[in-house]
Design a protein around this ligand. Structure first.
Ligand code: NAI
Ligand code: NA
Length: 395
């Protein structure tokens, strides 16, 4: 079929197998160009199909020659209906990994559930024996608790006061005022239940109890801080409470890993266009200004550049530098004082009329469509493609 982008709000309903494949190949080439990383060899990636998780899987496999198991929740294709992009990404990743002689298998299902955890543990037992790294990179709006069956929904709301600021619809380029009512009732608890650290700890406990963690095991999850511009709706909002919980959980997990000489890290990453971040109000405007400034300074990075630097210069360097709160920081270039000062200035000037010039709206849009395999260089979109792609190592 010929596949074109079909958008609704901040999501794209279609995705392109060849474009997704090309994105994965480009990321693999980037990792190979940066040379070997002396990292983990048996890696489980939870949230492995898109964004930071996919970049982590690619970096592990093609930077360190690791065997990888990827867990994700993606929609398979049907006749005349393309899969979700993470499906095609994973198919492309496994095809390339197998070509390179690397072990790579995947599990598609709800990572929050006991069933998917058990299936993953069984696969590790059968194929790898143990893992020496778990990357936890889930981003989900909902979580069904495996013990109680309660379904929690996360919300993106400020806490205390109503939030009012500018935002942009990046499809139309229209800058407008957005106003978000503060969290009420169980909003905070629900968001912490979905995006906090409980599930990360459940995974590590389950693996540890079955003896599936190797000596010197490490695990890492991803967090975000960001500037004062977005603070009310991000870091000091409901999602920020979940990130506080996630970061605190790293210490609890580290304690539990002491007998193995293991450690749990949180890395604070840069703001990037992913399916998760496109859904957050205000963030797209911030990102379009940030991209402009960082590109001008020659310090712009995407997911793969971020994770390559995380592994090479932080995680697997001789020492792993952390901030006062024990977090690894690869948002260092985003948070540079000169970068933030410039973004804050541009923020004041941003209107529908000025944004095309002062912001990188084009870059935002391209990154967004790239997530779904569209607007990718080297792909012929007039070509008939097979939507029914299989993931070679899918269990
Ligand atoms: P993403 O949306 O690209 O990736 C989410 C992954 O989770 C996908 O592989 C998806 O299949 C998987 N997933 C979602 N629900 C699942 C479920 N129930 N079971 C199994 N798999 C499931 O998101 P992104 O942006 O890569 O986020 C990953 C982490 O990085 C999150 O913790 C996010 O907060 C964090 N982060 C994101 C930043 C950004 O600007 N995008 C910045 C800093 C941190
Ligand atoms: Na991810």
């Amino acid at each position: 079929m010929i596949i074109e982008p079909r958008t609704r709000g901040f999501i794209c309903l279609t995705s392109h197998p060849k474009g997704c494949e090309q994105n994965v190949i480009d990321q693999i080439e980037y990792i190979k160009s940066k040379g070997a990383i002396d990292g983990a060899k048996k890696v489980l990636v939870i949230g492995a199909s898109t964004g930071f998780g996919l970049a982590s899987r690619i970096t592990s496999a093609f930077g360190s020659g690791a065997s990888t198991i990827g867990v994700f929740f993606e929609k398979p294709p049907a006749e005349g209906r393309p899969a979700s992009p993470g499906w095609y990404n994973s198919a492309a990743f496994e095809k390339e990994a197998h070509k390179a002689g690397l072990y790579a298998k995947s599990i598609n299902g709800d990572a929050f559930s006991n069933e998917i955890k058990k299936q993953t543990l069984d696969l590790i037992k059968a194929d790898l024996g143990q893992v020496d790294m778990v990357i936890y990179s889930l981003a989900s709006p909902v979580r069904t608790h495996p013990d109680t069956g309660v379904r929690y929904k996360s919300v993106l709301k400020p806490i205390g006061d109503k939030f009012q600021n500018k935002t942009v619809d990046f499809h139309t380029g229209v800058v407008s005022e957005v106003s978000i009512e503060p969290a009420q009732g169980d909003d905070i608890d629900n968001t912490v239940a979905v995006m906090g650290g409980e599930d990360w700890k459940m995974w590590i406990d389950a693996l540890k109890n079955e003896g599936l963690l190797a000596e010197g095991f490490t695990t890492i999850a991803y967090s975000y801080i960001g500037p004062s511009l977005t603070e009310a709706v991000y870091r000091k909002g409901t999602i920020g409470r979940a990130k506080d919980h996630l970061e605190a959980t790293a210490f609890t997990i580290s304690d539990s890993l002491k007998p193995l000489n293991g450690k749990a890290y949180v890395s604070v990453n840069k703001a990037l266009v992913t399916q998760a971040s496109s859904a957050i109000p205000v963030i797209p405007l911030y990102i379009s200004l940030l991209y402009k400034v960082m590109k001008e300074e020659g310090i712009h990075e995407g997911c793969i550049e971020q994770i390559q630097r995380l592994f090479q210069d932080r995680l697997y360097a001789d020492t792993t530098p952390t901030d006062d709160e024990g977090r690894i920081r690869i948002d260092d270039w985003e948070m540079r004082a000169d970068v933030q000062a410039r973004v804050a200035e541009l923020w004041k000037e941003a209107t529908t009329e000025t944004l095309p010039k002062i912001g990188d709206l084009k870059g935002y849009e391209k990154d967004f469509f790239n997530l779904f395999g569209f607007m990718v260089e080297g792909v012929d979109y007039d070509e008939d493609v097979n939507e029914l792609v299989e993931i070679p190592g899918l269990q």
